[in-house]
Design a protein around this ligand. Structure first.
Ligand code: NDP
Ligand code: OXD
Length: 314
């Protein structure tokens, strides 16, 4: 019985060694080398090549090596077996750190103070809004959104969320579906995107969305933070809205094309913060341990945890 490592861009040998440690009885094989296709019961994928999981007659499950699964659905020939994704407390905590960091930078106007420091300017400015005066709106209230929302509320921010289905969380204003979208945006000063990339969320961060954000922000204008997926942003609209003052600042961890091209205008834009898709790095060991646990569950006849719903696309 074997587990197939099906990845591009990552170092296969370090993953093989980790899987071997966590699954001592399992043969670990990888794309690009000869292996018995009938022996493969499990596949661990990060951006596997289209069609490369076909022709595995004993395949029982596919594991995404990340929290996102858009890379799985990018394969139009994906076998119809159960799929699971990464949900890991360490990854979740890191995403919350990222979101809280960038909300606090916006709240405390840190970029302005950085500028003033470079210019040796001491401006005694007492006009600091309190966190309670700043409305954060989180798109996507799943594992990551919920954790970030709780901690932002603990910092005092006025937090709302938008998701497919409503959330009943104390102190959190919940909006859902198409009818909830505009009211949600209208009370948002900092828009945080933690949505998965699906056909429905493609390009959701666009001019119309930005124009519907609150115009009476204590921060002086709407701020966006995208740590979900690049496919959710219309990049031409982000740049145009920053230049036109419809947006005040954009912090972007994800892009339509990654790595971001050296010629991209995002790099040098004065109102953009770029991070290299590392808002929430996953610990490879934690991922292998999670997959080993899932395989144990299947062996015991239990369903996979964190199962991906094919019809929803996440
Ligand atoms: P979950 O699946 O737990 O949550 C997804 C949320 O998005 C749910 O609240 C869901 O609604 C909502 N949603 C999905 N589609 C729609 C839609 N069409 N309209 C409204 N709401 C929608 O995912 P996670 O929180 O674990 O992760 C979110 C994403 O973050 C990942 O898919 C990945 O793309 C990204 N990510 C980025 C990382 C980085 O380093 N930048 C690291 C890890 C993840 P409902 O609750 O109703 O189902
Ligand atoms: C993920 C990511 O999906 O790192 O885990 O983007």
């Amino acid at each position: 019985m074997s587990l197939l490592i099906a990845m591009t861009h990552w170092d296969v040998e370090s993953w093989r060694a980790r899987f071997q440690r966590h699954l001592p009885g399992m043969e670990i094989v990888a794309l690009g080398e000869p292996f018995d296709r009938r022996g493969v019961h499990f596949a661990a994928s990060w951006k596997h090549p289209v069609g490369s999981l076909e022709g595995l007659p004993m395949l029982e499950a596919i594991f995404s090596l990340g929290a996102g699964v858009d890379h799985l659905f990018a394969d139009s020939r994906l076998p119809d077996v159960p799929m699971a994704r990464v949900v890991d407390p360490d990854l979740t905590a890191r995403m919350t750190e990222y979101v809280a960091l960038h909300c606090l930078i916006a709240l405390r106007q840190q970029r302005r103070y950085d500028r003033q420091q470079r210019e040796a300017q001491w401006i005694d400015d007492r006009n600091q809004p309190a966190a309670r005066d700043v409305r954060v709106g989180i798109l996507g209230m799943g594992v990551l959104g919920l954790d970030a929302a709780g901690k932002l509320m603990a910092l005092g921010f006025d937090v709302a969320c938008w998701s497919r289905t409503r959330r009943d969380v104390d102190g959190l204003a919940s909006f859902a579906g198409a009818e909830g979208f505009k009211p949600f945006l209208a009370r948002t000063d900092i828009l945080v995107n933690l949505l998965p990339a699906t056909p429905e969320t493609d390009g959701i961060l666009n001019r119309e969305t930005f124009a519907a954000l609150a115009r009476d922000s204590r921060l002086g204008g709407p701020v966006i933070i995208n740590a979900g997926r690049g496919a959710s942003q219309n990049e031409a609209d982000v740049l145009a809205c920053l230049d036109e003052g419809i947006l005040q600042h954009a912090t972007l961890d994800v892009f339509r094309m990654e790595p971001l091209d050296a010629a991209s205008p995002f790099w040098l834009h004065p109102k953009v913060t770029v991070t290299p898709h590392n808002a929430a790095m996953s610990s490879p060991d934690a991922i292998c341990a999670l997959i080993a646990r899932q395989i144990d569950r299947l062996g015991l006849g239990l369903p996979l945890e964190h199962q991906v719903e094919r019809a929803r696309g996440y």
